[in-house]
Design a binder for this molecule. Structure first.
Ligand code: FEO
Length: 129
């Protein structure tokens, strides 16, 4: 799961630690009360993280910048849509499952595929710092 870029990897760890805490909350049945806090954290932190990552891409002329940025934007939209559902109707077990699937799974897959691809590109340019 490591891209090799220290800042990106640090921010991913922070994100994944929160996702893991949320998964733990699912196991002990407190996820419904945690869901809004989790979504608010993710909204704020991913926006900051995505901005850092996109900045690194631009500075290094990453050839898949536009595609990568679009994935980030779609993720933020998904978070906002789930947050809106929680605000409108309260949390529910269905929304907890949706967060696990759309947010947790998406993030892990994104890091494993897209961010690692970016890390390899940065390594090829000797730009991992
Ligand atoms: Fe680490 Fe592309 O998000």
């Amino acid at each position: 799961m490591k891209t090799g870029h220290p800042q990106i990897d640090r921010e991913h760890k922070e994100l994944l630690d929160h996702i893991n805490s949320f998964m733990d909350a699912c196991r002990v049945g407190t996820a419904s009360s945690e869901i809004l806090n989790m979504l608010r954290f993710l909204k704020t932190y991913t926006q900051k993280h995505f901005a850092h990552e996109e900045d690194i891409q631009v500075k290094n002329q990453y050839p898949y910048y536009k595609e990568h940025k679009k994935l980030h934007e779609d993720f933020i939209k998904a978070i906002l849509a789930i947050e809106e559902k929680v605000l409108q109707g309260g949390s529910s077990i269905e929304l907890v499952v949706e967060v696990n699937q759309k947010v947790g799974f998406w993030l892990i897959e994104h890091i494993k595929v897209e961010d690692i691809k970016l890390g390899k590109y940065l390594a090829s340019r000797d730009a991992l710092s």
